[in-house]
Unconditional design. Structure first.
Length: 147
């Protein structure tokens, strides 16, 4: 399967399929509107900065997607979702390798990830890719409501 996967940039016409994938992968939360998040990502990408939105396809179907960016200090990955039927086949590793390559080319010294504390499978996935835990906590403040 891994050799037959195509990585390509997100296209606006992918929106419904990507949102369905994120739902199937368990990434969606009621307080985050994925359509608004996609629109925000596309607006950010239009500014010409270091921002990426990758799609993985297999036999014409979207099986993974991830957003990434670099703010000049740290890189980040959001909404990395892999179709549950395609997990443990190297798809997540492939898309993360592409993101890391993009970030290194942009001069990014470090990539930060946020993983939900109860998502032990995803924590194990990233640990296999040599990601470690930082001695930090995540704080947030909602500036714009998606509701």
């Amino acid at each position: 399967m891994k050799n037959d996967i195509t990585l390509r940039p997100f296209e606006k016409s992918d929106s419904a399929a990507v949102i369905a994938l994120w739902d199937k992968a368990g990434l969606l939360r009621p307080w985050n509107d994925p359509q608004k998040d996609i629109a925000r990502k596309l607006a950010e990408m239009a500014t010409g900065g270091h921002s990426w939105f990758w799609i993985a396809e297999y036999e014409g179907a979207i099986i993974a997607a991830a957003m990434a960016g670099y703010d000049g200090h740290r890189g980040s990955v959001n909404y990395l979702g892999v179709d549950p039927d395609c997990r443990h086949k190297g798809v997540g590793r492939l898309i993360m390798a592409r993101i890391e390559t993009d970030l290194i080319a942009a001069g990014c010294p470090k990539l930060n990830l946020l993983v939900r504390a109860d998502n032990l499978d995803v924590q194990a996935f990233y640990e296999k890719l040599d990601y470690g835990r930082d001695a930090t906590i995540s704080l947030s403040k909602r500036l714009i409501s998606d509701e």
